[in-house]
Design a protein around this ligand. Structure first.
Ligand code: ACO
Length: 321
């Protein structure tokens, strides 16, 4: 039995904000952002929420897979920016799409969230506990950005991506690798709301994402090639056997460095960050959906995926399409 991705979907907010738009409200430029990151524009929410984008991405993935909401028995959302502390985004999505037979919960593995969700779903599907999973990565990062900090806010965007996974006879997910390093977690962090219990001095300061960009870069260009190599080897394949590398879209320089370290052409690394920016957990499923809808994914192709980010966390998988 294999865990197969049988459908994908995604949803981006209607409003596009270009680098030039940002340059009108802060001291930055298209030249600075695009040369250092590869990002030219991102979508930011106005009306949309993490839940509404997730529900729309989920509907598109179910339609693409040809499954009904009632068939879904497992619904996992990877997110660090759910609309509520509780209920979970997954429970809200369950209600919106009518996945009445699903168990629904969120996981937080930051930018690796979708990949963690995939690997969790695989474990459930392979043990026969559940049969049809709907997994998502969804973020409204614009609400946790400090819009006075040009070094972080220009990097991120909002959106949601989804995939339907099912246990089937054919091969699917061939191998995976997951890891975390909590000791280095502070290099990419955002504190939760502060405690205002009567025993404590209350801070009224709002909490935003803080990032040591260079440390994150060093982590990514070391951990990701290693994790990918380990996963490809565990799948019984070589780097040359991989048709596409669908990686978390943080920064073009990270992708170029991973390609170089793996000695693979950059052409095998599809890009969505130019028009999406970094959407944390949503990056990988949005990219996968774009590839799917462009007809890039053919039966039998081997796709290596990897997510990496806050925690620190990383997770990779090799799937046969
Ligand atoms: N526009 C113009 N100038 C800027 C901007 C901006 N948006 N942001 C920072 N600068 C300035 C700084 O003030 C600094 O100026 P100074 O030299 O006069 O002090 C200069 O540019 C260099 O700043 P650095 O922070 O050192 O910029 P760096 O060259 O390291 O590039 C970047 C920053 C692109 C984030 C880089 O560290 C990087 O590639 N990091 C990888 C990690 C990453 O992409 N993280 C994203 C999310 S994490 C994840 O998803 C895993």
């Amino acid at each position: 039995m294999g865990t197969r991705i049988i459908g994908t979907g995604s949803c981006l907010p209607a409003t596009i904000v270009t680098n030039d738009d940002l340059a009108k409200i802060m001291d930055t430029s298209d030249e600075w952002i695009s040369t250092r990151t590869g990002i030219r524009e991102r979508h930011l929410v106005k009306e949309e929420t993490t839940t509404s984008m997730s529900a729309e991405a989920a509907r598109r993935a179910m339609e693409n897979a040809g499954v009904t909401a009632e068939e879904i028995d497992l619904l996992i959302v990877g997110t660090l920016s759910a609309d509520c502390v509780t209920p979970a985004c997954a429970c809200e999505v369950q209600a919106q799409i009518g996945a009445v037979n699903a168990v629904a919960f969120d996981i937080n593995a930051a930018c690796a969230g979708f990949m963690f969700a995939l690997n969790i779903a695989n474990a459930y599907l392979q043990t026969g506990i559940y049969k049809t999973g709907l997994i998502l990565g969804a973020e409204t990062l614009s609400k946790i950005m400090d819009w006075n900090d040009r070094s972080t806010c220009v990097l991120f965007g909002d959106g949601a991506g989804a995939a339907v996974v099912r246990a089937e006879e054919q091969a699917g997910l061939l191998a995976f690798d997951q890891g975390s390093d909590g000791v280095k977690g502070k290099v990419l962090a955002c504190r939760n709301r502060s405690n205002n219990n009567p025993l404590m001095e209350t801070s009224k300061e709002l909490e935003y994402v803080h990032m040591d960009g260079q440390e994150v870069y060093k982590f990514a260009v070391t951990a990701v090639p290693h994790s990918l190599q380990k996963t490809i080897q565990a799948a019984g394949l070589t780097v040359e056997d991989i048709d596409y590398f669908a990686l978390h879209q943080a920064n073009i320089r990270i992708l170029q460095s991973v390609a170089k370290r793996l000695k693979v052409s950059e052409d095998k690394f599809p890009i969505s960050l130019d028009h999406c920016g970094n959407i944390s957990a949503a990056s990988v499923p949005i990219l996968l959906d774009e590839m799917n809808r462009k007809g890039m994914l053919k039966a039998g192709m081997k796709i290596a995926m990897s997510g990496f980010g806050g925690g620190l966390t990383w997770a990779s998988a090799v799937v046969e399409w």
